[in-house]
Design a protein around this ligand. Structure first.
Ligand code: ZN
Length: 137
Protein backbone atom coordinates (compact mmCIF):
# COMPACT_ATOMS: atom_id res chain seq x y z
CA UNK A 1 0.00 0.00 0.00
CA UNK A 2 1.16 3.48 -0.89
CA UNK A 3 0.58 6.55 1.23
CA UNK A 4 0.84 10.20 0.20
CA UNK A 5 0.42 13.38 2.24
CA UNK A 6 0.20 16.99 1.15
CA UNK A 7 -0.77 20.24 2.85
CA UNK A 8 -2.57 23.20 1.28
CA UNK A 9 -2.27 26.67 2.76
CA UNK A 10 -4.87 29.42 2.83
CA UNK A 11 -4.87 33.04 3.93
CA UNK A 12 -8.22 34.42 2.83
CA UNK A 13 -8.71 38.16 2.36
CA UNK A 14 -12.16 37.90 3.94
CA UNK A 15 -13.12 36.59 7.36
CA UNK A 16 -15.59 34.17 5.72
CA UNK A 17 -14.88 32.51 2.40
CA UNK A 18 -15.62 29.33 0.46
CA UNK A 19 -12.75 28.21 -1.78
CA UNK A 20 -13.03 25.61 -4.56
CA UNK A 21 -10.19 23.12 -4.05
CA UNK A 22 -11.08 20.20 -6.37
CA UNK A 23 -8.18 21.13 -8.73
CA UNK A 24 -5.69 20.99 -5.83
CA UNK A 25 -7.05 17.63 -4.67
CA UNK A 26 -6.79 16.30 -8.24
CA UNK A 27 -3.19 17.54 -8.41
CA UNK A 28 -2.34 15.73 -5.16
CA UNK A 29 -3.92 12.55 -6.51
CA UNK A 30 -1.77 12.75 -9.68
CA UNK A 31 1.35 13.33 -7.55
CA UNK A 32 0.51 10.30 -5.39
CA UNK A 33 0.36 7.93 -8.36
CA UNK A 34 -2.38 6.01 -6.53
CA UNK A 35 -5.06 4.42 -8.77
CA UNK A 36 -7.33 2.66 -6.29
CA UNK A 37 -7.85 3.82 -2.71
CA UNK A 38 -9.18 6.57 -0.50
CA UNK A 39 -8.49 10.28 -0.30
CA UNK A 40 -9.06 12.16 2.97
CA UNK A 41 -9.18 15.95 2.90
CA UNK A 42 -9.51 17.72 6.25
CA UNK A 43 -9.24 21.18 7.70
CA UNK A 44 -6.50 21.36 10.33
CA UNK A 45 -8.25 24.15 12.24
CA UNK A 46 -11.35 24.20 14.43
CA UNK A 47 -12.77 27.28 12.69
CA UNK A 48 -12.59 25.96 9.10
CA UNK A 49 -14.29 23.17 7.14
CA UNK A 50 -13.85 20.93 4.15
CA UNK A 51 -17.08 19.90 2.44
CA UNK A 52 -18.47 18.68 -0.87
CA UNK A 53 -21.26 20.32 -2.79
CA UNK A 54 -22.14 22.22 -5.96
CA UNK A 55 -19.76 24.83 -7.40
CA UNK A 56 -22.56 27.36 -7.82
CA UNK A 57 -22.11 30.94 -6.56
CA UNK A 58 -25.76 31.41 -5.53
CA UNK A 59 -25.58 28.33 -3.32
CA UNK A 60 -22.39 29.64 -1.71
CA UNK A 61 -24.15 32.90 -0.83
CA UNK A 62 -27.05 30.83 0.54
CA UNK A 63 -24.62 28.88 2.74
CA UNK A 64 -23.05 32.00 4.17
CA UNK A 65 -26.43 33.63 4.84
CA UNK A 66 -27.78 30.43 6.42
CA UNK A 67 -24.69 30.06 8.63
CA UNK A 68 -24.99 33.70 9.68
CA UNK A 69 -28.59 33.06 10.79
CA UNK A 70 -27.59 29.92 12.72
CA UNK A 71 -24.49 31.41 14.35
CA UNK A 72 -24.30 35.16 13.77
CA UNK A 73 -21.03 36.95 14.35
CA UNK A 74 -21.05 38.53 17.78
CA UNK A 75 -18.09 39.88 19.70
CA UNK A 76 -19.77 39.40 23.08
CA UNK A 77 -22.62 36.98 22.32
CA UNK A 78 -20.71 33.73 22.92
CA UNK A 79 -19.29 32.36 26.18
CA UNK A 80 -16.26 31.22 24.14
CA UNK A 81 -15.40 34.82 23.31
CA UNK A 82 -13.08 35.47 26.22
CA UNK A 83 -10.08 37.13 24.64
CA UNK A 84 -11.18 36.19 21.11
CA UNK A 85 -14.21 36.77 18.93
CA UNK A 86 -14.58 33.57 16.91
CA UNK A 87 -17.32 31.72 18.81
CA UNK A 88 -19.48 31.88 15.70
CA UNK A 89 -16.69 30.35 13.57
CA UNK A 90 -16.46 27.22 15.77
CA UNK A 91 -20.21 26.67 15.37
CA UNK A 92 -20.14 27.31 11.61
CA UNK A 93 -17.31 24.80 11.26
CA UNK A 94 -19.27 22.16 13.15
CA UNK A 95 -22.26 22.46 10.80
CA UNK A 96 -20.14 22.41 7.61
CA UNK A 97 -17.93 19.55 8.80
CA UNK A 98 -14.27 18.81 9.33
CA UNK A 99 -13.39 16.49 6.44
CA UNK A 100 -14.41 14.55 3.37
CA UNK A 101 -13.34 11.10 2.18
CA UNK A 102 -13.43 10.44 -1.55
CA UNK A 103 -13.03 7.05 -3.22
CA UNK A 104 -10.30 6.80 -5.86
CA UNK A 105 -11.24 4.63 -8.83
CA UNK A 106 -9.06 4.10 -11.90
CA UNK A 107 -6.83 7.00 -10.90
CA UNK A 108 -9.66 9.52 -10.50
CA UNK A 109 -11.63 11.08 -7.64
CA UNK A 110 -14.89 9.12 -7.73
CA UNK A 111 -17.20 12.11 -7.21
CA UNK A 112 -20.93 12.12 -7.92
CA UNK A 113 -22.62 14.42 -10.43
CA UNK A 114 -21.82 18.09 -9.67
CA UNK A 115 -19.81 17.17 -6.58
CA UNK A 116 -16.86 19.49 -5.97
CA UNK A 117 -14.59 19.94 -2.94
CA UNK A 118 -14.48 23.21 -0.95
CA UNK A 119 -12.53 24.78 1.86
CA UNK A 120 -14.83 26.73 4.17
CA UNK A 121 -13.17 29.55 6.07
CA UNK A 122 -15.02 31.07 9.03
CA UNK A 123 -12.21 32.96 10.79
CA UNK A 124 -9.80 33.89 8.04
CA UNK A 125 -7.27 36.61 7.27
CA UNK A 126 -4.52 34.41 8.72
CA UNK A 127 -2.53 31.42 7.50
CA UNK A 128 -4.36 28.13 7.86
CA UNK A 129 -3.98 24.68 6.32
CA UNK A 130 -5.74 21.65 4.96
CA UNK A 131 -4.28 18.14 4.91
CA UNK A 132 -4.72 15.71 2.06
CA UNK A 133 -3.92 12.08 2.82
CA UNK A 134 -4.23 9.45 0.11
CA UNK A 135 -3.81 5.71 0.68
CA UNK A 136 -4.12 2.85 -1.76
CA UNK A 137 -2.31 1.18 -4.61
ZN1 ZN B 1 -11.96 30.21 19.33
Amino acid sequence: MKSYKKELYFNTKKRYDLVHITPEVNRALKESGIKEGLCLVNAMHITASVFINDNEPGLHKDYLEWLEKLAPYSRHGYKHNVGEDNGDAHLKRQIMGREVVIAITEGKLDLGPWEEVFYGEFDGQRRKRVMIKIIGE
